[in-house]
Design a protein around this ligand. Structure first.
Ligand SMILES: [Zn+2]
Length: 275
């Protein structure tokens, strides 16, 4: 669980729109680019044959970003969708005041969807995945010992990661101005898969142009071919996944246990806010 104090100080400093009666938060988000991006992404899934793959994109009041490990819940801070919210978030030291445009948000969502797909269909448990994404990786032994998700580097090991570009890896987020960590796909095979998935999914991605000089030397074409093959599973309902654990975002926990209510509806009584 996130510390309640942090959420409280954040919410009480938000400007007018978020202090509206909480039942209206859904309406506020519906006026932003998020629903349009979800719609466009689902259309892309359908076009790629993933007609039953529907990860949930949760507007989060926390600052957690991304797909929660082992789930199909993707946290996206609401502060990205409204200039006034972004300004307040910056004032309290969260973020740089950036408001996402539709193309950037969609690019990020493609990457996060790659994680959700990997977890949903347990692609990471399969032999071709191991040979393409895990074999030879610096974390290979960790992954064998601790498990795929548990081997994820955290803390400073995560923040300080910086690797030279390598022809085995896509660099989708970085090329879209969404990641300042160089060689991000090399951080963990999970990131590698998500970057490859986003590259495969994006209809505007001109793969042979972007990667032409490196094309024949690396593993990337094989990885892309493998992703093209596994996306066919998205025509089936994924098996049920565990919900987010208590170490992750309160927003996601609520999304799982109270799917009918937005996070703020549940948080508000705790915070003494009018509902
Ligand atoms: Zn990622």
């Amino acid at each position: 669980m996130l510390p309640m104090r942090a959420a409280k100080s954040l919410i009480t400093r938000l400007p007018g729109p978020v202090r509206e009666p909480v039942s209206r938060l859904g309406d506020l988000v519906s006026g932003t680019i998020l629903p349009r991006c979800v719609e466009r992404l689902y259309e892309e899934f359908d076009g790629a044959g993933m007609t039953r793959f529907r990860p949930r994109f949760e507007p989060s009041l926390t600052w957690i970003v991304g797909c929660l490990g082992g789930t199909m819940y993707v946290e996206l801070p609401v502060f990205w969708f409204h200039p006034e919210w972004a300004r307040v978030a910056k004032e309290i030291g969260r973020g740089d005041g950036r408001v996402f445009d539709e193309e950037s948000l969609l690019a990020l969502m493609r990457h996060e969807a790659g994680h959700a797909f990997n977890y949903a269909y347990r692609v990471y448990d399969e032999e071709p995945f191991r040979s393409l994404f895990v074999k030879g990786h610096r974390l290979e032994r960790d992954i064998a010992r601790k498990g795929f998700l548990e081997s994820y580097p955290t803390g400073p090991a995560y923040g300080l990661f910086d690797a030279p570009h390598h022809p085995d890896f896509a660099d989708y987020l970085e090329r879209h101005g969404l990641c300042e960590i160089r060689g991000y796909a090399q951080l963990h095979p999970d990131e590698d898969f998500a970057e490859t998935f986003a590259t495969r999914l994006d209809p505007a991605e001109d793969i042979t142009r972007v990667y032409a000089p490196e094309w024949s030397r690396g593993k990337l074409p094989k990885k892309l071919a493998y992703v093209s093959e596994v996306v066919a599973r998205g025509a089936q309902d994924p098996p049920p996944l565990p919900g987010p654990d208590e170490e992750t975002a309160i927003a996601s926990w609520i999304a799982q246990h109270h799917p009918e209510r937005h996070v703020i509806d549940v948080l508000a009584p705790e915070l003494g806010l009018a509902v």
